[in-house]
Design a protein around this ligand. Structure first.
Ligand code: NI
Length: 172
């Protein structure tokens, strides 16, 4: 159990393609996931990917009932997702503000697929298969991008769609 340091944009580890997890149920995997939850909770994140704490494996976590960083967002079930796959459903995309614990203090308006089906495994190797939309779909796409070395600013159509939280949301 430990809050780990979150790597910030610019750190080369964030731009690598993460490797699949090959062994489920190991103490190392349990410890990694436990550290990820501690770190996400300490920073009030909506999600976290293992590469953000310097572990280049295909592990993400996300979920919350309510989140002060995303007050408008509907609840997302607390989820451990390993070796994920995403199928984009339909053509519809929506634009919304995103933040990232590796890009502190900033937000950007990112277009994501509105509806997706995603799959993967939990830490014990049990399979997961969900079809989701809205903020849930957004969080999954954001976190899984981390596993391919993609940070949300790399998806902005225009740098003017990014800014500091205090400038964009002075009332928050
Ligand atoms: Ni992120």
């Amino acid at each position: 159990m430990a809050v780990r340091r979150v790597l910030k944009m610019g750190d080369p580890l964030l731009y690598q393609k993460a490797a699949p997890v090959e062994q489920f149920g190991s103490p190392q995997l349990e410890e990694l996931i436990s550290d990820m939850f501690d770190t996400m909770a300490a920073l009030e994140g909506a999600g976290l990917a293992a590469p953000q704490i310097g572990v280049c494996q295909r592990v993400v976590i996300f979920g919350f009932n309510s989140n002060p960083r995303y007050p408008e967002a509907e609840p997302v079930p607390t989820t451990i997702l390993i070796n994920p796959t995403i199928e984009l459903l339909g053509e519809e995309t929506s634009e919304d503000w995103e933040g990232c614990l590796s890009v502190p203090g900033l937000r950007g308006r990112v277009a994501r697929h509105t509806k997706i089906r995603y799959g993967g495994y939990d830490q014990a190797g049990s399979e997961l298969d969900r079809t989701v939309s809205g903020f849930h779909a957004r969080v999954v796409q954001h976190e899984c991008d981390h596993l391919d070395g993609i940070l949300y600013p790399m998806r902005l159509k225009d740098v003017r769609l990014m800014g500091f939280e205090e400038a964009l949301f002075p009332d928050l």
